[in-house]
Design a protein around this ligand. Structure first.
Ligand code: URA
Length: 432
């Protein structure tokens, strides 16, 4: 292990055998934390070649179980977001692409820190179960075309151990390490093709578009080397996506998209772009444009909404929620955050809004903490919108915890200006 640390420290390229030796040793305890920590720091400074990243991904996949989705007919396409604020796209995409005939068998995660997780959002639907066994996932996908469950089994244990060590050694924000961590989970989950939504901006892991682009390229290369068709979109995460941040509030907004009832344009645009790539990769359309038209049709016809009803019912939830989102949990207290002066909204710091939701109890700072499904923030103005003095910028939905802090964070998140700012492009780049 000392030789391998030295080799990487000097900028050398490790072989497949050397990477495999190191990861196996780390998981079985023969490579101690202090040596792995030194290696991770060497990677942080020296980077890795695409070949090394693919081999590291393979070694992480080999450390645990893998899910075999071959029993489910068709090309299974997974979608992964690197994490953002107000990102409820999976809640729309899963029924939307399933309505286009693409089988969706997805393992999703819970939220951590200022970003939310799909599983927490789904669990805010009364009765909705996410602890699906593999056989149940396969059966449900055969029956209705989609299932989304919380990650079960012992998938990628090496990633869990590596992530915990990276967290305490300032080596989380290393592109080769993030890319192999994310892709190992996608590959172990059994998808044939992967669409990645790599977020760039204040609310994302990668604040700079160039870094997000580099991460996107690394993940696409890893996917390719593992025989998975992979496409990555680099998308904006400077202001929250849509208007709602918080679990039940985000489900409410996703249902509004499926119903076509005053949905936020940025959320609709992103869902349709991602859906088009998923439908195309799954081979359901001859071109990206055709795939986009198919997705648009499934949304407009109500087929995606019908699929949502079937999905909620299949996983034990109350399907009446789809037609009456008022049945979702509601926070007892509403506080309007008002503009002190008038102006055009120039910026809304997504990270600060995410932190406000966290302060209210919508998220967790440590793994395993419960979340409050009802609390969160709803924005009434997005970038490019005119605000009258004293108008409500946003509403804080609270339950007796963190309201003052959340309101202050939301107020600070808004930057108003005398000049109108047009919202920037949502999709910065497509890689793959
Ligand atoms: N998400 C992951 O799954 N892994 C990382 O390393 C960073 C973000």
């Amino acid at each position: 292990m000392v030789d391998l640390i030295l080799k990487k420290r000097a900028g050398g390229e490790l072989s497949d055998a050397e990477i495999g030796f190191m990861i196996r040793g780390f998981v079985d305890g023969t490579v101690p934390d202090y040596q792995m920590a030194a290696f991770l720091m060497a990677v942080y400074f020296q980077g890795m070649t695409f070949r090394e990243m693919a081999d590291l991904t393979a070694a992480i996949v080999a450390s645990g179980e893998t899910i075999d989705l071959k029993a489910i007919p068709g090309i299974k396409v997974d979608k992964h977001s690197t994490g953002g604020v107000g990102d409820k796209t999976t809640l729309v995409l899963a029924p939307l692409v399933a309505a286009c005939g693409v089988p969706v068998a997805k393992m999703s995660g819970r939220g951590l820190g200022h970003t939310g997780g799909t599983i927490d959002k789904l669990e805010s639907i009364p009765g909705f179960r996410t602890d699906l066994g593999l056989a149940e996932v396969a059966g449900q996908v055969r029956e209705i075309g989609l299932a989304v469950g919380a990650q079960t089994g012992d998938l990628t244990p090496a990633d869990r151990l590596l992530y915990a060590l990276r967290d305490v050694t300032a080596t989380v924000d290393s592109i080769p390490l993030i890319a192999s961590s994310v892709m190992s989970k996608k590959i172990a989950s059994g998808a044939d093709a992967v669409v990645l939504d790599v977020k760039a901006g204040t609310g994302a892991f990668m604040q700079k578009t160039e870094d997000a682009l580099e991460l996107a390229r690394a993940m696409v290369q890893i996917g390719r080397q593992h025989g998975r068709r992979t496409v990555a979109l680099v998308t904006a995460m400077d202001e929250p996506l849509g208007r709602a941040v918080g679990n039940a509030l985000e489900v409410h907004e996703a249902l509004a998209v499926l119903a076509g009832e005053d949905p936020p344009p940025d959320l609709v645009e992103l869902c349709l772009v991602l859906a088009a790539h998923m439908v195309f990769l799954a081979g359901r359309a001859g071109s990206l444009d055709e795939a986009g038209a198919l997705a648009q049709g499934a949304l407009a016809s109500g087929a995606a909404r019908e699929k949502m009803r079937a999905w909620v019912r299949a996983q034990g939830g109350d399907p009446a929620v789809v037609d009456d989102p008022e049945l979702l949990a509601k926070a007892p207290e509403r506080t309007a955050v008002r503009a002190e002066t008038g102006g055009w909204v120039q910026r809304i710091d997504a990270r600060a809004v995410g932190q406000a939701a966290l302060a209210l109890g919508a998220g967790r700072t440590k793994k395993g903490e419960p979340v409050d499904p009802a609390v969160g923030v709803v924005l009434h103005h997005k970038v490019g919108s005119w605000v009258e003095p004293g108008a409500a910028l946003a509403t804080v939905h609270g339950a007796g915890r963190g309201e003052a802090e959340a309101a202050a964070l939301v107020r600070e998140a808004y930057v108003l200006a005398a000049e109108k700012t047009a919202p920037g492009p949502l999709v910065h780049a497509v890689v793959g």
